[in-house]
Design a protein around this ligand. Structure first.
Ligand code: KIV
Length: 288
């Protein structure tokens, strides 16, 4: 069943103001012209309707990342994430946003086998969620797939450098490109993805100099995460930057301490329930 067609008009999902014209893939691509980006692209992850509503006014793109495997489902990696998870959360984020371009990650195993398999998965994601783009991991090996998809109406975001779905090949989540051969591979990957038609490229977990070299070398906007402030834009996992977790990668800046603040609020609630000071007259119904 398509989650996209559920009627949410009476639910808390209804976005305000009235949905307008969304940011498009060509508009993001056009941010970089002649190798320069005047206005860096702002991107964050979103997995739920309400978070999408809160982020949308400030972001150019919302990414329904497969990081939801760890962040929402408590999985050990992104490998077990399914199409069903991505479609359900993708549809929720589209329902909660009206301005940002929503891109959905293609889960591990849904696109690597062939361009045709990738098309089947990507078209399902677009139909079921209403998103405007997909993201897939990989460099030169994925270039033919990116070309196949973009020529068939599917805007693609590339993802090179540290590619978490390849954790078992890479051997961990450490920064990449410390050796010359690996540095060259990452830059070649970015070039291949660019030439294949990706409208922007996520570069994750690489030495700053490599991110700068890639940003200069490719035509598409480079969206950095654990990369460089010189990239054409930045993305972070929202729960990380809001301080929902005690442990985060080194490249995360915490802009809040939501975990601490939730703890304080819930401790107050628990104290008031136990002392019978909640609910008060303000929260109870009396005869008229
Ligand atoms: O899955 C994800 O959230 C991502 C971002 C970290 C880029 O791929």
């Amino acid at each position: 069943m398509s989650t996209f067609t559920i009627d949410t008009s009476t639910s808390r999902a209804t976005p305000t103001p009235v949905p307008g014209k969304r940011t498009t893939a060509p508009a993001i691509r056009a941010r970089k012209s002649g190798g320069k980006t005047e206005q860096p692209v702002v991107m964050l992850t979103a997995y739920t309707m309400r978070m999408a509503q809160l982020l949308d006014p400030y972001c150019d793109m919302l990414l329904v990342g497969d990081s939801l495997g760890q962040v929402i489902y408590g999985l050990p990696s992104t490998i077990p994430v399914t199409m069903e998870m991505m479609c359900a959360h993708g549809a929720a984020v589209v329902r909660g946003s009206w301005h940002a371009l929503v891109a959905v990650d293609m889960p591990f195993g849904s696109y690597e086998a062939s361009p045709e398999a990738a098309f089947e998965s990507a078209s399902r994601i677009m139909k079921e969620t209403g998103c405007a783009a997909v993201k897939l991991e990989g460099g030169e090996a994925m270039a033919p797939t990116i070309e196949f998809l973009t020529h068939r109406g599917i805007p693609v975001i590339g993802h090179v450098g540290l590619t978490p779905q390849a954790v078992n090949v890479l051997g961990g989540y450490g920064a990449r490109g410390r050796e010359d051969a690996e540095k060259k591979t990452i830059i070649d990957d970015a070039r291949a993805v660019d030439q294949a038609g990706a409208f922007c490229i996520v570069v994750e977990g690489v030495l700053e100099g490599i991110a700068n070299d890639i940003t200069k070398a490719v035509a598409a906007p480079v969206i950095g995460i654990g990369a460089s402030a010189q990239c054409d834009g930045q993305v972070l996992v929202t729960d990380d930057m809001l301080g929902m977790f005690e442990r985060t990668p080194r490249f995360v800046k915490r802009y809040d301490d939501l975990a601490g603040r939730i703890g304080d609020a819930v401790r107050n609630y628990a104290d008031e329930v136990r002392s019978r000071s909640f609910p008060t007259a303000d929260q109870t119904y009396q005869p008229k």
